[in-house]
Design a protein around this ligand. Structure first.
Ligand code: ZN
Length: 501
Protein backbone atom coordinates (compact mmCIF):
# COMPACT_ATOMS: atom_id res chain seq x y z
CA UNK A 1 0.00 0.00 0.00
CA UNK A 2 2.69 2.58 0.85
CA UNK A 3 4.04 2.01 -2.69
CA UNK A 4 0.72 2.97 -4.25
CA UNK A 5 0.54 5.96 -1.92
CA UNK A 6 4.02 7.08 -2.93
CA UNK A 7 2.99 6.76 -6.58
CA UNK A 8 -0.12 8.81 -5.91
CA UNK A 9 1.88 11.51 -4.13
CA UNK A 10 4.33 11.70 -7.03
CA UNK A 11 1.54 11.96 -9.59
CA UNK A 12 -0.21 14.71 -7.60
CA UNK A 13 3.03 16.54 -6.94
CA UNK A 14 3.67 16.73 -10.69
CA UNK A 15 0.22 18.24 -11.21
CA UNK A 16 0.87 20.71 -8.40
CA UNK A 17 4.15 21.78 -9.97
CA UNK A 18 2.73 22.11 -13.48
CA UNK A 19 0.03 24.29 -12.04
CA UNK A 20 2.56 26.37 -10.11
CA UNK A 21 4.45 27.00 -13.36
CA UNK A 22 1.20 28.15 -14.99
CA UNK A 23 0.53 30.46 -12.03
CA UNK A 24 4.06 31.84 -12.26
CA UNK A 25 3.56 32.65 -15.94
CA UNK A 26 0.23 34.30 -15.17
CA UNK A 27 1.82 36.31 -12.35
CA UNK A 28 4.55 37.46 -14.71
CA UNK A 29 1.98 38.35 -17.37
CA UNK A 30 0.08 40.52 -14.89
CA UNK A 31 3.13 42.28 -13.46
CA UNK A 32 6.26 42.65 -15.58
CA UNK A 33 5.75 41.00 -18.98
CA UNK A 34 5.93 43.43 -21.91
CA UNK A 35 2.75 43.60 -24.01
CA UNK A 36 4.52 41.89 -26.89
CA UNK A 37 4.71 38.70 -24.88
CA UNK A 38 0.95 38.19 -24.87
CA UNK A 39 0.41 35.85 -27.87
CA UNK A 40 3.18 33.44 -26.87
CA UNK A 41 2.12 33.55 -23.25
CA UNK A 42 -1.47 32.64 -24.15
CA UNK A 43 -0.11 29.63 -26.07
CA UNK A 44 2.18 28.60 -23.21
CA UNK A 45 -0.57 28.91 -20.62
CA UNK A 46 -2.96 26.87 -22.76
CA UNK A 47 -0.30 24.15 -23.15
CA UNK A 48 0.23 23.95 -19.40
CA UNK A 49 -3.50 23.96 -18.62
CA UNK A 50 -3.81 21.10 -21.11
CA UNK A 51 -1.01 19.16 -19.42
CA UNK A 52 -2.61 19.66 -16.01
CA UNK A 53 -5.94 18.42 -17.30
CA UNK A 54 -4.28 15.43 -18.96
CA UNK A 55 -2.54 14.37 -15.74
CA UNK A 56 -5.66 14.97 -13.72
CA UNK A 57 -7.73 12.75 -16.01
CA UNK A 58 -5.02 10.10 -16.48
CA UNK A 59 -6.60 6.61 -16.07
CA UNK A 60 -3.51 5.68 -14.07
CA UNK A 61 -4.60 8.21 -11.43
CA UNK A 62 -8.05 6.63 -11.39
CA UNK A 63 -6.53 3.18 -10.82
CA UNK A 64 -4.28 4.45 -8.02
CA UNK A 65 -7.25 6.02 -6.27
CA UNK A 66 -9.23 2.78 -6.67
CA UNK A 67 -6.37 0.69 -5.27
CA UNK A 68 -6.12 3.00 -2.28
CA UNK A 69 -9.80 2.87 -1.40
CA UNK A 70 -9.52 0.16 1.27
CA UNK A 71 -6.46 1.88 2.77
CA UNK A 72 -8.40 5.14 2.91
CA UNK A 73 -11.32 3.46 4.66
CA UNK A 74 -9.06 2.31 7.47
CA UNK A 75 -7.83 5.83 8.19
CA UNK A 76 -9.52 8.59 10.14
CA UNK A 77 -11.35 11.16 8.03
CA UNK A 78 -9.03 13.97 9.14
CA UNK A 79 -5.76 12.16 8.50
CA UNK A 80 -3.51 13.66 5.82
CA UNK A 81 -3.56 10.49 3.73
CA UNK A 82 -7.33 9.96 3.82
CA UNK A 83 -7.88 13.64 3.01
CA UNK A 84 -5.38 13.49 0.17
CA UNK A 85 -7.08 10.47 -1.41
CA UNK A 86 -10.56 11.91 -0.87
CA UNK A 87 -9.82 15.32 -2.37
CA UNK A 88 -7.74 13.90 -5.22
CA UNK A 89 -10.63 11.57 -6.09
CA UNK A 90 -13.07 14.47 -6.06
CA UNK A 91 -10.83 16.47 -8.43
CA UNK A 92 -10.24 13.46 -10.66
CA UNK A 93 -13.91 12.53 -10.89
CA UNK A 94 -14.86 16.09 -11.85
CA UNK A 95 -12.07 16.40 -14.37
CA UNK A 96 -12.78 13.14 -16.22
CA UNK A 97 -16.27 14.34 -17.03
CA UNK A 98 -14.85 17.01 -19.29
CA UNK A 99 -12.88 16.05 -22.43
CA UNK A 100 -9.44 17.60 -22.76
CA UNK A 101 -10.34 18.85 -26.25
CA UNK A 102 -13.25 20.80 -24.77
CA UNK A 103 -11.03 22.38 -22.11
CA UNK A 104 -8.45 23.40 -24.73
CA UNK A 105 -11.17 24.95 -26.87
CA UNK A 106 -12.58 26.78 -23.85
CA UNK A 107 -9.25 28.12 -22.57
CA UNK A 108 -8.16 29.16 -26.05
CA UNK A 109 -11.41 31.07 -26.40
CA UNK A 110 -11.11 32.69 -22.95
CA UNK A 111 -7.58 33.91 -23.70
CA UNK A 112 -8.88 35.66 -26.85
CA UNK A 113 -11.90 37.04 -25.03
CA UNK A 114 -9.68 38.52 -22.35
CA UNK A 115 -7.56 40.32 -24.96
CA UNK A 116 -10.69 41.74 -26.63
CA UNK A 117 -12.15 42.81 -23.29
CA UNK A 118 -8.90 44.59 -22.35
CA UNK A 119 -9.51 46.96 -25.26
CA UNK A 120 -13.30 46.93 -25.20
CA UNK A 121 -13.60 48.15 -21.63
CA UNK A 122 -11.66 51.43 -21.95
CA UNK A 123 -13.34 51.95 -25.35
CA UNK A 124 -16.77 51.37 -23.78
CA UNK A 125 -17.47 48.94 -26.61
CA UNK A 126 -19.69 46.09 -25.47
CA UNK A 127 -20.48 45.17 -29.09
CA UNK A 128 -16.83 44.27 -29.68
CA UNK A 129 -16.88 41.65 -26.96
CA UNK A 130 -20.48 40.50 -27.40
CA UNK A 131 -19.84 37.62 -29.85
CA UNK A 132 -17.05 36.34 -27.58
CA UNK A 133 -19.33 36.47 -24.58
CA UNK A 134 -22.00 34.60 -26.52
CA UNK A 135 -19.52 31.84 -27.19
CA UNK A 136 -18.46 31.86 -23.52
CA UNK A 137 -22.07 31.40 -22.51
CA UNK A 138 -22.42 28.55 -24.98
CA UNK A 139 -19.25 26.93 -23.59
CA UNK A 140 -20.53 27.38 -20.04
CA UNK A 141 -23.78 25.64 -20.88
CA UNK A 142 -21.91 22.84 -22.64
CA UNK A 143 -19.61 22.48 -19.63
CA UNK A 144 -22.63 22.09 -17.35
CA UNK A 145 -24.02 19.38 -19.64
CA UNK A 146 -21.10 17.13 -18.67
CA UNK A 147 -22.80 16.93 -15.25
CA UNK A 148 -26.32 15.86 -16.26
CA UNK A 149 -27.27 14.83 -12.73
CA UNK A 150 -27.18 18.48 -11.58
CA UNK A 151 -30.38 19.99 -10.35
CA UNK A 152 -29.58 23.41 -11.86
CA UNK A 153 -27.42 24.21 -14.88
CA UNK A 154 -25.27 26.56 -12.77
CA UNK A 155 -24.49 23.93 -10.13
CA UNK A 156 -21.38 22.43 -11.78
CA UNK A 157 -19.97 25.93 -12.34
CA UNK A 158 -20.67 26.98 -8.76
CA UNK A 159 -19.09 23.75 -7.48
CA UNK A 160 -15.83 24.68 -9.24
CA UNK A 161 -15.44 27.59 -6.81
CA UNK A 162 -17.57 26.65 -3.82
CA UNK A 163 -17.73 22.90 -3.42
CA UNK A 164 -20.94 21.86 -1.70
CA UNK A 165 -22.89 24.94 -2.84
CA UNK A 166 -25.70 24.92 -5.39
CA UNK A 167 -27.75 27.56 -7.19
CA UNK A 168 -30.71 26.93 -4.93
CA UNK A 169 -28.67 27.02 -1.71
CA UNK A 170 -26.97 30.27 -2.71
CA UNK A 171 -30.26 31.82 -3.86
CA UNK A 172 -31.83 31.00 -0.51
CA UNK A 173 -28.95 32.55 1.48
CA UNK A 174 -28.98 35.62 -0.75
CA UNK A 175 -32.74 36.09 -0.43
CA UNK A 176 -32.51 35.93 3.38
CA UNK A 177 -29.59 38.35 3.40
CA UNK A 178 -31.23 40.76 0.98
CA UNK A 179 -34.38 40.93 3.11
CA UNK A 180 -32.35 42.18 6.07
CA UNK A 181 -29.70 44.15 4.22
CA UNK A 182 -31.87 46.35 2.00
CA UNK A 183 -33.66 48.12 4.90
CA UNK A 184 -30.27 48.75 6.56
CA UNK A 185 -28.85 50.21 3.34
CA UNK A 186 -31.98 52.39 3.03
CA UNK A 187 -31.64 53.66 6.58
CA UNK A 188 -27.93 54.44 6.27
CA UNK A 189 -28.03 56.04 2.82
CA UNK A 190 -30.96 58.26 3.77
CA UNK A 191 -28.55 60.07 6.13
CA UNK A 192 -25.89 62.60 5.21
CA UNK A 193 -22.93 60.71 3.72
CA UNK A 194 -19.63 60.59 5.57
CA UNK A 195 -17.01 63.10 4.44
CA UNK A 196 -14.17 61.13 2.88
CA UNK A 197 -12.36 64.07 1.26
CA UNK A 198 -9.35 63.37 3.49
CA UNK A 199 -8.74 60.17 1.51
CA UNK A 200 -8.74 62.00 -1.83
CA UNK A 201 -5.82 64.36 -1.26
CA UNK A 202 -2.44 63.89 -2.93
CA UNK A 203 -0.64 60.90 -1.37
CA UNK A 204 2.75 60.09 -2.95
CA UNK A 205 3.15 56.50 -3.99
CA UNK A 206 6.33 55.47 -2.15
CA UNK A 207 5.18 56.14 1.44
CA UNK A 208 1.78 54.57 0.67
CA UNK A 209 3.57 51.45 -0.53
CA UNK A 210 5.80 51.28 2.55
CA UNK A 211 3.00 51.93 5.01
CA UNK A 212 0.80 49.17 3.55
CA UNK A 213 3.67 46.72 3.55
CA UNK A 214 4.43 47.57 7.15
CA UNK A 215 0.81 46.98 8.12
CA UNK A 216 0.56 43.55 6.47
CA UNK A 217 3.90 42.48 7.93
CA UNK A 218 2.57 43.28 11.40
CA UNK A 219 -0.71 41.47 10.70
CA UNK A 220 1.34 38.36 10.02
CA UNK A 221 2.05 38.21 6.27
CA UNK A 222 5.49 36.57 6.14
CA UNK A 223 7.62 38.43 3.60
CA UNK A 224 10.31 35.76 3.70
CA UNK A 225 7.65 33.61 2.01
CA UNK A 226 5.93 36.32 0.03
CA UNK A 227 6.29 39.65 -1.76
CA UNK A 228 4.22 42.55 -2.97
CA UNK A 229 4.22 43.84 -6.55
CA UNK A 230 2.11 46.16 -8.66
CA UNK A 231 -0.55 45.05 -11.15
CA UNK A 232 -3.61 46.70 -12.73
CA UNK A 233 -5.91 44.17 -11.00
CA UNK A 234 -4.81 43.15 -7.50
CA UNK A 235 -4.57 39.42 -6.83
CA UNK A 236 -2.84 36.76 -4.73
CA UNK A 237 -1.03 33.78 -6.18
CA UNK A 238 0.75 30.78 -4.71
CA UNK A 239 3.67 28.81 -6.14
CA UNK A 240 4.23 26.84 -2.91
CA UNK A 241 3.52 27.29 0.79
CA UNK A 242 6.91 29.01 0.87
CA UNK A 243 6.06 31.52 -1.89
CA UNK A 244 2.67 33.24 -1.74
CA UNK A 245 2.64 36.63 -3.49
CA UNK A 246 0.30 39.58 -3.55
CA UNK A 247 -0.15 42.44 -6.00
CA UNK A 248 -1.83 45.79 -5.46
CA UNK A 249 -2.39 49.02 -7.36
CA UNK A 250 -1.62 52.45 -5.98
CA UNK A 251 -3.54 55.64 -6.67
CA UNK A 252 -2.08 58.91 -5.51
CA UNK A 253 -5.50 60.49 -4.99
CA UNK A 254 -7.11 57.55 -3.22
CA UNK A 255 -5.46 56.53 0.01
CA UNK A 256 -7.73 53.52 0.49
CA UNK A 257 -6.92 51.75 -2.78
CA UNK A 258 -3.42 50.50 -1.98
CA UNK A 259 -3.80 50.21 1.78
CA UNK A 260 -6.98 48.14 1.85
CA UNK A 261 -5.82 46.31 -1.25
CA UNK A 262 -2.69 45.21 0.59
CA UNK A 263 -4.65 44.08 3.62
CA UNK A 264 -7.22 42.25 1.48
CA UNK A 265 -4.64 40.37 -0.56
CA UNK A 266 -2.52 39.66 2.53
CA UNK A 267 -5.63 38.04 4.04
CA UNK A 268 -5.73 35.65 1.09
CA UNK A 269 -1.98 35.13 1.34
CA UNK A 270 -1.85 34.48 5.10
CA UNK A 271 -4.46 31.78 4.58
CA UNK A 272 -2.23 29.94 2.11
CA UNK A 273 0.98 30.62 4.02
CA UNK A 274 -0.76 29.05 7.01
CA UNK A 275 -1.42 25.69 5.34
CA UNK A 276 0.31 22.84 7.18
CA UNK A 277 3.78 22.39 5.64
CA UNK A 278 3.19 18.64 5.51
CA UNK A 279 0.61 19.24 2.78
CA UNK A 280 3.10 20.94 0.45
CA UNK A 281 3.00 19.72 -3.14
CA UNK A 282 -0.45 18.17 -2.79
CA UNK A 283 -3.92 19.30 -3.90
CA UNK A 284 -4.65 19.98 -0.21
CA UNK A 285 -2.18 22.88 -0.14
CA UNK A 286 -4.53 25.76 -0.97
CA UNK A 287 -7.64 27.51 0.28
CA UNK A 288 -10.68 25.25 0.43
CA UNK A 289 -13.20 27.38 -1.49
CA UNK A 290 -13.75 30.83 -2.95
CA UNK A 291 -16.07 31.66 -0.06
CA UNK A 292 -13.62 30.67 2.67
CA UNK A 293 -10.79 32.40 0.81
CA UNK A 294 -12.77 35.58 0.56
CA UNK A 295 -13.80 35.24 4.22
CA UNK A 296 -10.14 35.69 5.10
CA UNK A 297 -9.43 38.63 2.79
CA UNK A 298 -12.61 40.37 3.94
CA UNK A 299 -12.02 39.54 7.61
CA UNK A 300 -8.61 41.20 7.57
CA UNK A 301 -9.61 44.05 5.27
CA UNK A 302 -12.95 44.97 6.82
CA UNK A 303 -13.59 43.37 10.19
CA UNK A 304 -10.03 44.17 11.29
CA UNK A 305 -8.72 46.83 8.88
CA UNK A 306 -11.76 49.10 9.00
CA UNK A 307 -12.35 48.73 12.74
CA UNK A 308 -11.96 51.46 15.31
CA UNK A 309 -9.58 49.28 17.35
CA UNK A 310 -7.27 48.90 14.38
CA UNK A 311 -7.22 52.61 13.63
CA UNK A 312 -6.76 53.69 17.22
CA UNK A 313 -3.39 51.99 16.91
CA UNK A 314 -2.56 52.85 13.31
CA UNK A 315 -3.99 56.30 12.80
CA UNK A 316 -1.28 58.22 14.70
CA UNK A 317 1.28 56.26 12.67
CA UNK A 318 -0.45 57.12 9.41
CA UNK A 319 -0.64 60.76 10.46
CA UNK A 320 3.10 60.72 11.10
CA UNK A 321 3.68 59.49 7.53
CA UNK A 322 1.29 62.05 6.02
CA UNK A 323 1.33 65.02 8.44
CA UNK A 324 0.34 67.60 5.81
CA UNK A 325 -2.67 65.62 4.61
CA UNK A 326 -3.91 64.15 7.91
CA UNK A 327 -2.37 66.27 10.68
CA UNK A 328 -5.60 68.16 11.25
CA UNK A 329 -8.00 65.30 10.55
CA UNK A 330 -9.40 63.59 13.66
CA UNK A 331 -9.45 59.82 14.19
CA UNK A 332 -13.22 59.97 14.22
CA UNK A 333 -13.40 61.71 10.83
CA UNK A 334 -10.91 59.27 9.37
CA UNK A 335 -12.74 56.25 10.77
CA UNK A 336 -15.99 57.49 9.25
CA UNK A 337 -14.25 58.17 5.94
CA UNK A 338 -12.92 54.61 5.58
CA UNK A 339 -16.42 53.32 6.36
CA UNK A 340 -18.36 55.63 4.08
CA UNK A 341 -21.53 54.06 2.70
CA UNK A 342 -22.89 55.18 -0.65
CA UNK A 343 -24.68 53.72 -3.62
CA UNK A 344 -21.99 53.39 -6.25
CA UNK A 345 -21.36 51.77 -9.63
CA UNK A 346 -18.17 49.77 -9.15
CA UNK A 347 -18.17 46.56 -7.14
CA UNK A 348 -14.52 46.64 -6.14
CA UNK A 349 -14.91 50.15 -4.72
CA UNK A 350 -18.20 49.47 -2.94
CA UNK A 351 -18.52 49.75 0.84
CA UNK A 352 -19.29 46.81 3.13
CA UNK A 353 -23.06 47.38 3.11
CA UNK A 354 -23.77 47.85 -0.59
CA UNK A 355 -21.09 45.42 -1.81
CA UNK A 356 -23.37 42.42 -1.49
CA UNK A 357 -26.01 44.04 -3.68
CA UNK A 358 -23.41 44.22 -6.45
CA UNK A 359 -22.65 40.54 -6.02
CA UNK A 360 -26.26 39.39 -5.89
CA UNK A 361 -27.25 41.11 -9.10
CA UNK A 362 -24.34 39.50 -10.95
CA UNK A 363 -25.24 36.10 -9.54
CA UNK A 364 -28.86 36.48 -10.63
CA UNK A 365 -27.89 37.64 -14.12
CA UNK A 366 -25.59 34.63 -14.49
CA UNK A 367 -28.42 32.28 -13.58
CA UNK A 368 -30.75 33.97 -16.06
CA UNK A 369 -28.17 33.69 -18.85
CA UNK A 370 -27.45 30.05 -18.10
CA UNK A 371 -31.16 29.26 -17.91
CA UNK A 372 -31.59 30.81 -21.36
CA UNK A 373 -33.88 33.54 -20.04
CA UNK A 374 -31.47 36.37 -20.77
CA UNK A 375 -29.59 36.75 -24.06
CA UNK A 376 -26.10 38.28 -24.09
CA UNK A 377 -27.31 41.07 -26.40
CA UNK A 378 -29.82 42.12 -23.72
CA UNK A 379 -27.28 41.94 -20.90
CA UNK A 380 -26.27 45.64 -20.78
CA UNK A 381 -29.91 46.71 -20.48
CA UNK A 382 -30.64 44.01 -17.88
CA UNK A 383 -27.60 45.26 -15.95
CA UNK A 384 -28.87 48.85 -15.98
CA UNK A 385 -32.32 47.72 -14.93
CA UNK A 386 -30.97 45.77 -11.95
CA UNK A 387 -28.88 48.75 -10.89
CA UNK A 388 -31.95 50.95 -11.03
CA UNK A 389 -33.98 48.61 -8.83
CA UNK A 390 -31.24 47.37 -6.49
CA UNK A 391 -29.00 50.40 -6.04
CA UNK A 392 -31.16 53.24 -7.26
CA UNK A 393 -28.51 54.47 -9.70
CA UNK A 394 -27.77 53.67 -13.33
CA UNK A 395 -24.35 53.55 -15.01
CA UNK A 396 -24.10 56.02 -17.86
CA UNK A 397 -22.00 53.63 -19.94
CA UNK A 398 -21.03 49.96 -20.17
CA UNK A 399 -17.47 50.64 -19.05
CA UNK A 400 -18.77 51.26 -15.54
CA UNK A 401 -21.57 48.76 -16.14
CA UNK A 402 -21.44 45.32 -17.61
CA UNK A 403 -17.81 45.59 -18.74
CA UNK A 404 -16.36 46.42 -15.31
CA UNK A 405 -15.44 42.96 -13.96
CA UNK A 406 -13.00 40.63 -15.65
CA UNK A 407 -14.77 37.43 -14.50
CA UNK A 408 -17.12 36.90 -17.46
CA UNK A 409 -14.36 37.80 -19.90
CA UNK A 410 -11.70 35.29 -18.93
CA UNK A 411 -13.61 32.16 -17.97
CA UNK A 412 -16.94 30.39 -17.79
CA UNK A 413 -20.03 32.40 -16.98
CA UNK A 414 -21.30 31.25 -13.61
CA UNK A 415 -19.89 30.57 -10.18
CA UNK A 416 -17.26 33.27 -9.89
CA UNK A 417 -19.23 35.83 -7.89
CA UNK A 418 -21.18 34.16 -5.08
CA UNK A 419 -17.96 33.51 -3.14
CA UNK A 420 -17.56 37.22 -2.39
CA UNK A 421 -20.79 37.42 -0.43
CA UNK A 422 -20.42 33.96 1.09
CA UNK A 423 -17.01 35.24 2.22
CA UNK A 424 -18.54 38.29 3.91
CA UNK A 425 -21.01 36.07 5.73
CA UNK A 426 -18.30 33.63 6.82
CA UNK A 427 -15.90 36.39 7.88
CA UNK A 428 -18.31 37.51 10.59
CA UNK A 429 -19.22 33.94 11.53
CA UNK A 430 -15.56 33.05 12.09
CA UNK A 431 -14.67 36.32 13.79
CA UNK A 432 -17.54 35.93 16.24
CA UNK A 433 -16.28 32.44 17.11
CA UNK A 434 -12.74 33.77 17.61
CA UNK A 435 -14.06 36.49 19.95
CA UNK A 436 -15.98 33.97 21.99
CA UNK A 437 -12.77 32.11 22.69
CA UNK A 438 -10.59 35.21 22.94
CA UNK A 439 -12.58 38.25 24.03
CA UNK A 440 -9.35 40.25 24.33
CA UNK A 441 -8.76 40.37 20.56
CA UNK A 442 -10.08 43.94 20.05
CA UNK A 443 -7.91 45.19 22.96
CA UNK A 444 -4.91 43.51 21.40
CA UNK A 445 -5.68 45.16 18.07
CA UNK A 446 -5.61 48.53 19.81
CA UNK A 447 -2.05 47.68 20.82
CA UNK A 448 -1.15 46.65 17.27
CA UNK A 449 -1.11 42.98 18.24
CA UNK A 450 -2.77 40.49 15.92
CA UNK A 451 -1.10 37.23 16.93
CA UNK A 452 -3.99 35.77 18.93
CA UNK A 453 -6.41 36.24 16.05
CA UNK A 454 -3.96 34.96 13.45
CA UNK A 455 -3.07 31.97 15.63
CA UNK A 456 -6.73 31.09 16.07
CA UNK A 457 -7.40 31.33 12.33
CA UNK A 458 -4.33 29.23 11.59
CA UNK A 459 -5.41 26.57 14.04
CA UNK A 460 -9.07 26.44 13.01
CA UNK A 461 -8.88 27.16 9.28
CA UNK A 462 -5.55 27.79 7.57
CA UNK A 463 -3.59 24.67 8.49
CA UNK A 464 -6.29 22.38 7.07
CA UNK A 465 -5.98 23.69 3.50
CA UNK A 466 -8.53 21.70 1.50
CA UNK A 467 -8.80 18.87 4.03
CA UNK A 468 -12.09 20.27 5.28
CA UNK A 469 -14.82 21.85 3.14
CA UNK A 470 -16.41 25.23 3.89
CA UNK A 471 -19.35 23.46 5.45
CA UNK A 472 -17.17 21.21 7.60
CA UNK A 473 -15.19 24.23 8.83
CA UNK A 474 -18.38 26.07 9.78
CA UNK A 475 -19.71 22.95 11.53
CA UNK A 476 -16.55 22.38 13.52
CA UNK A 477 -16.03 26.00 14.45
CA UNK A 478 -19.61 26.97 15.31
CA UNK A 479 -21.35 23.62 15.82
CA UNK A 480 -23.77 24.34 12.98
CA UNK A 481 -24.05 25.27 9.31
CA UNK A 482 -23.25 28.68 7.86
CA UNK A 483 -25.71 31.34 9.09
CA UNK A 484 -26.13 35.01 8.24
CA UNK A 485 -26.97 36.24 11.77
CA UNK A 486 -23.42 37.00 12.94
CA UNK A 487 -22.82 38.98 9.75
CA UNK A 488 -26.03 40.98 10.06
CA UNK A 489 -25.39 41.77 13.72
CA UNK A 490 -21.82 42.81 12.89
CA UNK A 491 -23.16 45.21 10.24
CA UNK A 492 -25.98 46.49 12.47
CA UNK A 493 -23.65 47.16 15.38
CA UNK A 494 -20.97 48.84 13.33
CA UNK A 495 -23.14 50.94 11.02
CA UNK A 496 -25.74 51.51 13.72
CA UNK A 497 -23.08 53.28 15.77
CA UNK A 498 -21.62 55.13 12.78
CA UNK A 499 -24.92 56.38 11.41
CA UNK A 500 -27.16 56.27 14.47
CA UNK A 501 -29.71 53.98 12.86
ZN1 ZN B 1 -10.36 38.66 -2.69
Amino acid sequence: MPDRLAELRQHLSDIYDLRAVAYLMEWDQSTYMPRGGAPARARQTALLEGLVHERLTDPKLGRLLEDLRSYEERLSYDSDDASLIRVARRDHERAVRVPTSFMSEAYGHFAQTYQVWMEARPANDFQAVRPYLEKSLDLSRRYAEFFPESEHIADPLIAEYDHGMTASAVSKVFADLRAQLVPLVEAVTSQAPADDSCLRLQYPEAPQWEFGLDVVRRLGYDLARGRQDKSPHPFTTMFSIGDVRITIRVRERDLGEALFGSIHEAGHAMYEQGVDRGLEGTPLAEGTSAGVHESQSRLWENVVGRSRSFWSFYYPRLQAVFPEQLGEVSLDTFYRAVNKVQRSLIRTEADELTYNLHVMLRFDLELEMLEGKLAVRDLPEAWRERFRTDLGIVPSDDRDGVLQDVHWYWGFIGGAFQGYTLGNILSALFFEAALQEHPGIPDEMEQGEFGTLLGWLQQKIYRHGRKLTADELAQRITGGPMRIEPYMSYLRNKYGALYEV
